[in-house]
Design a protein around this ligand. Sequence first.
Ligand code: GDP
Ligand code: MG
Length: 646
Amino acid sequence: MSIKIGLAGNPNSGKTTLFNGLTGATQYVGNWPGVTVEKKSGKYRKNKEVEIVDLPGVYSLSPYTLEEVVTRRFILEDRPDAIINIIDATNIERNLYLTTQVLELGVPTVVALNMMDLIRKNGDTLDCKKLSKLLGCPVIEISALKGQGIDEVTQKAIELAKQRKSQEFTLPVMEEIKVSLSEIEKMIESSKVNINTPKRWLAIKLFERDEEVVKSLKLNHSVREKINQCIEQCEKVLDDDSESIITGERYAYIGNVVGQSVHKAKKGSDTTSDKIDKIVTNRILALPIFMVIMWLVYYISVSSLGTIVTDWTNDVLFGEMIQGNIQSFMETANVAPWLTALVVDGLIGGVGAVLGFVPQIMLLFLLLAILEDCGYMARVAFIMDRIFRRFGLSGKSFIPMLISSGCGVPGIMASRTLENDKDRKMTIMLTTFIPCGAKLPIIALFAGALFGGASWVAPTIYFMGIAMVIICGIILKHTSTFAGEVAPFVMELPSYHVPSAKGVLIHMWDRGKAFIIKAGTIIFVACGIIWFLQSFNWSLEMVDADQSILASIGGVIAPIFTPLGFGDWGAAIATVTGLIAKENVVATYGVIYGITDATEESADLLAMIAANFSTVSAYSFMAFNMLCAPCFAAIGAIRREMGSAK
Ligand code: GDP
Ligand code: MG
């Protein structure tokens, strides 16, 4: 007999840590809401008959976000044999909100009080026996991080699953509500719908006007009408909407439970995290601090340390060692000159120009991963909330945007965590304004060629992206149907901690590897094609670049860009190839300018760019390439997520 156990809990309560501890898997442990949107399952280390399912983190079982829907469907439709409801004991009030809903579903449940190591450190005490008695289910103290108590919890869950006794729990409510609920229960009973969910839960959901439950029950019109009257009656008496009434009752109950079972050692004293937050999220200082930090991130990765590493890879590794040696080898081997040119100038020149920036990109991702893992980025979402709210977005929208600074595609996908459909669509449309990793080489190349690597170039481009988000957000709000009420911002601010080297490196590699793979595939092919088009004319004779097919195509497009100050055919072609992948912008220049002297490839590239642009037209070119349509992969993701090709 196999047993299925679901892990349910709030985001950041430690589900994935517990899951990894129980199954021996290494799922990504993240500090973000939305890190686990899909459920993942694995076998219990100590008993292969037991399947453990890590569910997405949710604060409630309402049907508003994808995570909530996934979790709720799993419990209702897959019917696990038991649930481990994992609770962050340092945030017990908020976590119990979900618990009251899980218990109502009737599936045997164990509550795992996680983070007990922190509770003990703070000197707080929790009365487990009392809590267990009040909730009507076993409560066990654990520390998922230290692996304490995790097997006891699982044993208990297995025991409950074997007993097959359904969980009993009834949320105590005010008399008026109780009357309404039992009336609704009677109506469900009399309409003889076939269900295996506790009637009480259905009644509460109908009372809250939960669309999904209303639809799934297929009640006939007159019954629905009667239920509605019953709800409206209750709303009138209590002068509140039905959903808020139930929320209020849940919190009243939780307040009572916590009051009886939790004893805080020292009330109100600040932790180190609180002290840091006082400065970092301060109304006046928050934004300047954020700007300084981001300036530093770009300064280190683009201007100072990054340039040194990149120069070395470009000049020594690609220029002399790889390109130079292959060229002399192919010449001595009497390979046809056109083939040597294709390999040396086209493929190595173009792909090399992109790969040369890998150290800078990795450095950027490393710094962003550190900021994320130590907990600072969660604060940024909180800080941005104050600004974003003014044009109808919540701070939560900033998280997809942050992810977009790595790559737009996962950024767009991350917008799924936003509850509100309008917020979500607006975020999808705005998120690719944030410069992604693939755009970094463009910035680095032009900053190096024309601005002497000045440290203000990259950060101003980044802040220009944020400014565009805000400006376009305001425009969308006033011209589209997207603007609406902003959902209130509820997000966990995890305590600051020193990030683990392993976590940060995995994170960096996760984002960076796609970049290297792309260089070996799409960019490689694109470079071959670009080289061909810039080496031959329409009658397929080898010619100078400015008489080539590429030049004639570029010449047609170029006039469009003349008003922007970069109307030559090379810039036009680079911009167009950038639609396939943004790295192509640099790769294209690598191919078309890298043709004269292979051994001084990168210095040449910079010199040619410097000769073809002025500082103003270079900034304009960067700005255009940052803000124009993203690459096809991102456009595809936008189409999927918006559900519309338009
Ligand atoms: P999930 O969002 O519920 O999957 O939570 P995670 O497993 O990703 O954990 C969120 C954070 O809490 C991580 O930084 C974990 O290291 C931390 N964490 C998890 N369990 C414990 C615990 O028992 N004690 C402490 N101190 N930290 C924990
Ligand atoms: Mg998780």
